[in-house]
Write a new protein. Structure first.
Length: 243
């Protein structure tokens, strides 16, 4: 192997080296994404009509795009560098426009403007010195009054250390403060909200889990008052901004 191993090679072979070990069965993932959309994303899409254009950067196997399709959205585009993941995406969501390329290249060369651009579990894979460049390119590809939705792991989550290093392609992490810090350079009406992605369907387990979290929260607050509002149980952050 050559010494100057290209980073893009990791993403082109992401399915073989990482994705197939990270994702569960397709139907299981689709069920989870449907619940995730209904619980987390739905409020952001109340004013987005079914005909408006939605772009997902780093669409992986197309689970999220399939969820949008099931909700009635018809103008869907996905971009990913992994050939293996996109081959699966084409079977899961054949009606979407799926493009195999680098996201920077796509944003530079595309002549289309999008009403919504989504980055789910993507921005943490971008080198820190290219984050602002990416956000600016996204801004330029948004239609007037278009919105960007950035879904990234929460660096304040109590297992964030594992989240940061479980994938060799992870480059950076964000807290509520740092995600807002970079987004306000380009977008207006920016909000960053911590959200839980661990859904417990059993009512008894959910009750016990909620009680346990409250106890742990009180202990943390007792040990250090500054931890009172720290979102240690929310695994993800949702950053929202408008053009």
């Amino acid at each position: 192997m050559q010494g100057n191993f290209e980073r893009d090679t990791l993403f082109k072979q992401y399915h073989e080296t990482r994705s197939q070990f990270l994702d569960g069965a397709d139907q299981e993932k689709l069920t989870w994404f449907t619940y995730y959309f209904d619980t987390i994303y739905a409020p952001y899409f109340k004013k987005v009509s079914n005909e408006q254009s939605i772009l997902e950067l780093g669409c992986n196997k197309g689970y999220l795009l399939k969820t949008f399709s099931d909700k009635g959205y018809v103008n869907l585009t996905g971009v990913d560098l992994s050939c293996g993941d996109l081959e699966i995406a084409k079977k899961i969501i054949p009606t979407a426009n799926l493009i195999q390329t680098d996201i920077f290249t796509f944003l530079e060369e595309s002549e289309q403007y999008f009403d919504v651009i989504i980055l789910k579990a993507l921005i943490e894979h971008i080198e820190k010195n290219r984050i602002m460049e990416l956000l600016e390119k996204i801004y330029k590809r948004l239609a007037p009054e278009g919105v960007v939705l950035i879904d990234v792991y929460n660096a304040d989550w109590w297992f964030a250390q594992h989240e940061r290093y479980m994938d060799f392609t992870h480059e950076v992490g964000f807290t509520r403060e740092s995600l807002r810090q970079v987004m306000i350079f380009f977008y207006k009406d920016v909000s960053v909200i911590p959200v839980s992605t661990s859904f417990i369907y059993n009512k008894k387990r959910r009750f016990i889990s909620n009680v346990g979290k409250k106890i742990v929260k009180k202990i943390c607050e007792f040990l250090d008052p500054d931890l009172k509002d720290m979102p240690i149980f929310e695994r993800s952050l949702i950053g929202y901004g408008k053009k």
